[in-house]
Design a protein around this ligand. Structure first.
Ligand code: HEM
Length: 443
């Protein structure tokens, strides 16, 4: 594949290079199996510079057993795609399991809040999945998203004007906390008809759920997180069971939904569906917006073009999804013994699909390390999964990132990343990765 030269900027600055690496990015990889013994998927080195590791995995051991997590890491595009497209052999059942087992005390906190996540969406391989998915997808289809564009633009503008006021007063501003995180939450509340709760509370609950189930928190932190997740669940189930949700809201639609046998949805299942939609719909999109902004601000000459050049914000968003996706991995478990990438896997083998690794597979993407906003096959990335569980929020997430990028470049044309802020804190969970700060200063 040939990438048009005009659209080939030099590889963009990553969210922040680590001070030291197990090996320098782009160097030859001698003794790969030995090196892989050092791999720690939660470690700072992997979180800050995952690509050399992913390149190594794809080239040497595309289906690799990781003793640290007990998961089989699948890193080639063709293998990840095959798994996602075969839900009978590769089940979604473990998609939301806690990666770090919860101590009894934390389980008690959750139990007191009546917390349960019966299979509803991402972790549902049963025949109730297609119908439930349809209910959710109706709120997120292209027409609903197109109709929501003016709202998105209005919210984006309001948040950015506040950021501009701070910058005009001579200060700095963190576009992650003040903008990237807030926009998706407010848009989601609007789309799904959620009322009576502060966006900041929903954001705190959603981030806590991600960390509790996809992180490696200490026992003390697990207790704090379980408290927050319990509050989230209590509020959600009360809202679901109160019967007061507007008929045209997601909760109203779930209340009307009938399962394949004609019975009503159990309130726990409706709560479980909402729980996943809320965390999928806000945290991940906020992470995407933060990454998109940071890379666009860091790339020489990119920011001034972003507001006005047709298609640039779309192309840039797509490249970030391919190369630096917020959802870096997703899980499946084998239903039966199966061969994958030359490895014989037993039944019950938990897999970690490297969606990020697939997006940089040179078998599919020429010069994968380059950010090419008009790469013809960019959409072959697997950042939203594929097959029967493919993300139904993809249109919404893309639209929000494009609106955010264009609006920020228009309202804040003179900003740059604050000098010295090259190494921001990173969210480094098993499946979620993004910069947690986008500090800008007026030029
Ligand atoms: C950049 C933002 C997002 C990314 C990268 C992302 C990524 C993903 C991925 C990788 C999956 C699993 C796909 C699979 O198993 O094949 C998924 C599922 C899902 N996502 Fe997203 N997502 C994003 C935003 C959203 C938004 C905005 C919503 C809703 C408002 C959403 C709702 C869902 C739901 C409900 C599922 C489960 C679908 C099913 O199992 O049928 N996501 N997402």
């Amino acid at each position: 594949m040939i990438i048009p030269a005009a659209d080939v900027p030099t590889p963009g600055m990553p969210p922040g290079p680590a001070a030291s690496h197990a090996f320098a990015p782009g160097t030859a990889l001698p003794g790969a199996p030995g090196l892989l013994d050092l791999l720690d998927v939660f470690g700072d080195d992997f979180v800050r510079t995952p690509h050399p590791w992913l390149d190594l995995l794809r080239a040497s051991t595309p289906v690799h057993h990781d003793p640290g997590t007990g998961l089989w890491l699948v890193s080639r595009h063709r293998d990840v795609r095959r798994v996602l497209l075969d839900p009978d052999v590769f089940l979604p059942d473990n998609a939301q399991d806690a990666v770090t087992s919860l101590p009894v005390a934390a389980l008690r906190v959750l139990a007191r809040a009546g917390f349960q996540l019966p299979p509803a969406l991402a972790n549902n391989g049963t025949d109730s999945h297609p119908g439930l998915r349809q209910v959710v997808a109706r709120f997120l289809g292209p027409r609903r998203v197109a109709a929501a564009l003016p709202t998105m633009e209005y919210i984006a503008d309001e948040l950015l004007q506040a950021a501009r006021a701070r910058l005009d007063a001579g200060g700095t501003c963190d576009l992650f906390a003040s903008f990237a995180q807030v926009l998706p939450c407010r848009v989601l509340m609007n789309l799904l008809g959620i009322e009576g709760i502060e966006p900041a509370t929903l954001i705190r609950w959603s981030d806590a759920a991600l960390e509790l189930f996809w992180g490696r928190p200490t026992v003390r932190r697990q207790m704090e997180l379980a408290g927050l997740v319990g509050e989230f669940h209590t509020w959600l189930s009360a809202t679901v069971q109160s019967g007061t949700a507007a008929p045209d809201s997601l909760i109203g639609a779930l209340a009307r939904h009938r399962l394949p046998g004609g019975e009503r949805l159990h309130p726990q299942t409706a709560t479980s569906a909402c729980f996943f939609v809320f965390i999928a719909g806000q945290s991940t999109t906020g992470q995407l917006i933060a990454t998109v902004l940071r890379w666009a601000l860091a790339e020489q000459g990119m920011w001034p073009r972003m507001a006005h050049e047709p298609g640039l914000a779309q192309g840039w968003t797509e490249e970030v999804l391919r190369r630096e996706p917020p959802v870096t991995t997703w899980r499946r478990v084998t239903a039966q013994p199966v061969e994958l990438g030359g490895v014989e896997l037993p039944a019950g083998a938990p897999l970690l699909l490297a969606l990020m690794g697939a997006g940089s597979d040179p078998e599919v993407f020429a010069e994968p390390e380059r950010m090419c906003p008009h790469r013809p096959n960019a959409r072959r990335h697997l950042a939203f999964g594929t097959g029967s569980h493919r993300c139904p929020g993809a249109t919404l997430a893309r639209a929000e990132a494009v609106v955010a990028l264009r609006a920020a470049a228009r309202v804040l044309p003179q900003v740059r990343l604050t000098a010295g802020d090259t190494d921001p804190p990173m969210l480094g969970l098993l499946s979620f990765r993004a910069p947690l700060r986008v500090m800008v200063t007026a030029q």
